[in-house]
Design a protein around this ligand. Structure first.
Ligand SMILES: Nc1ncnc2c1ncn2[C@@H]1O[C@H](COP(=O)(O)OP(=O)(O)O)[C@@H](O)[C@H]1O
Ligand SMILES: [Mg+2]
Length: 203
């Protein structure tokens, strides 16, 4: 049986990009906070998504990265709930590439799973995918890399163990750092410094 590790010991923190050289290179920006946390259940991932969903506005783009089963669609369900949708209506668009939801906060859910090995995605209609009045949530975002706008929120999900997922939120562009700042506020566990224990869940 695996060792019992409280989530709070392993995971959450806010990092100054300056103190994370590799992240700084990755984002190409300095001085912006990168947020990281661990979730211990599907519900926690969805709750985190809800908080993010409440912050997002038209034209915001969320680029989700992570292996199959890392929790991208689960997080999208939470975000959709935060946007006012019933999460059970959010199905992975794995077989259709894109689904559009037209509630009071319209959003587009893209899934690049089927684009594996596709060299060129320039044939996709970017005006449909990224519009000023719509929020766009992209699974397998690396497969849309050339199409993403300059301003977007990168989210990396990583499988840690059966019920645990590490979630990193990395801002790119002008607006995204503000989203991360609001997210930190909404988490109610604002921490500074290189890494701190989280007051969030223990599992
Ligand atoms: N903490 C967690 N967060 C998200 N999913 C989790 C978590 N723990 C277990 N899971 C399971 O992992 C799977 C995630 O699937 P999904 O969200 O479809 O991933 P992806 O879209 O990245 O392929 C689901 O079966 C879900 O029940
Ligand atoms: Mg998925």
């Amino acid at each position: 049986m695996g060792a019992f590790i409280p989530c709070s010991q392993v995971a959450s923190g806010i990092f100054d990009v300056d103190s994370m050289k590799s992240k700084r290179r990755e984002t190409g920006q300095s001085g912006h906070s990168v947020f990281e946390r661990l979730t211990c259940s599907v519900e926690e991932t969805q709750t985190f998504g809800q908080k993010l969903g409440r912050i997002l506005q038209g034209a915001d783009v969320v680029a989700l990265h992570g292996d199959l089963g890392s929790g991208k669609t689960t997080l999208v369900q939470g975000i959709a709930q935060g946007l006012g949708y019933d999460p059970s209506t959010i199905k992975s668009p794995t077989f259709v590439l894109m689904r559009e939801y037209s509630g009071s906060k319209p959003f587009v859910h893209l899934d690049g799973y089927r684009l594996e090995g596709v060299v060129q995605v320039a044939w996709l209609d970017t005006e449909l995918m990224f519009a000023p009045n719509k929020i766009t949530l992209v699974e397998w975002a690396d497969r849309f890399a050339d199409l993403l706008p300059d301003d977007y929120l990168e989210i990396r999900l990583q499988y840690v163990s059966t019920h645990r997922r590490r979630i990193q939120v990395i801002p790119h562009g002008q607006r995204s750092p503000g989203i991360v700042a609001e997210l930190i506020k909404s988490q109610g566990s604002a921490m500074s410094g290189r890494q701190s224990a989280s007051s969030e869940s223990v599992c």
